[in-house]
Write a protein that binds this ligand. Structure first.
Ligand code: DX5
Ligand code: ZN
Length: 235
């Protein structure tokens, strides 16, 4: 089944080898990644700690890939300026952490950065209804945020479809991104539900062949005959 949508693959550096980060990023760029997904965790909103603006700034110098920064933090407003100056192309905030979500989205956009809005698995799609037209990106979390390598929550498929309907009905320009447990064996359903940007951490960085992993993810929306042709062409 083809949806006619452009599919973008965004490897998440959370599963990369941090001691060789620039090399890992060069490898996924070479392997055909479209965006680079950077997971910022504060040890408060989510039970894990990762990276901040200095890493975004360092990565900005070594890649031309769009930097898709996912802010899993309690007070994202306090860091928007720093992440924008560091070179983020998109900043995605959680509805659960933003009591003044419209203001936060405007504040991101005023800095020339694309504004993403995301929601945890147990947060209803209805929380997006008043912001969907202002957002450049809607991210559906298909795991509870905090860690890479978790299982895709099956009910996320229905949620992705609901968000797709919301985006289309409101004629929002927002791209629909999915994050968590995205693998070659479930990508077909995820794309059929309406996603167009796929975040993949362990599916890419735990594989031995990044190009094959990215091709397998991207090929999820292609008819079977084309999958083998694409794979053969990439060998
Ligand atoms: C989870 C993060 C994800 C994570 C995805 O909290 O937001 O971006 O890196 O990792 P995988 O693809 O391994 O589920
Ligand atoms: Zn993420």
């Amino acid at each position: 089944m083809t949806t006619g949508r452009t599919i973008r693959i965004a490897p998440s550096i959370l599963s990369a080898d941090f001691a060789r980060l620039a090399d890992e990023v060069a490898r996924v760029e070479e392997a055909g990644a479209d965006w680079l997904h950077i997971d910022v965790m504060d040890g408060h909103f989510v039970p894990n700690l990762t990276v901040g603006p200095p890493i975004v700034e360092a990565l900005r110098k070594v890649t031309t890939l769009p930097l898709d920064v996912h802010l899993m933090m309690t007070n994202p407003d306090a860091f928007i300026q720093e992440f924008a100056e560091a070179g983020a192309d998109s900043l995605t905030v959680h509805v659960e952490t933003c009591p003044h979500l419209h203001r936060t989205v405007q504040s991101i956009k005023e800095r020339g950065v694309k504004a993403g809005v995301t929601l945890n698995p147990a947060t209803p799609v209805g929380t997006l209804s008043e912001i969907v037209r202002d957002a450049d990106l809607i991210l559906v979390m298909s795991v509870n945020p905090g860690f890479g390598g978790q299982q895709f929550i099956p009910s996320s498929l229905q949620k992705i479809a609901e968000v797709r309907t919301l985006i289309d009905r409101t004629q929002s320009r927002a791209l629909l991104e999915v994050d968590g447990g995205v693998k070659p064996d479930n990508v077909k359903e995820i794309l059929a539900a309406g996603a167009e940007v796929l975040v993949a951490g362990s599916a890419v960085f735990s594989s031995h062949d990044y190009a094959a992993a990215i091709t397998a993810l991207r090929a999820g929306h292609q008819p079977a005959a084309r999958i083998s042709r694409i794979a053969a062409a990439q060998r």
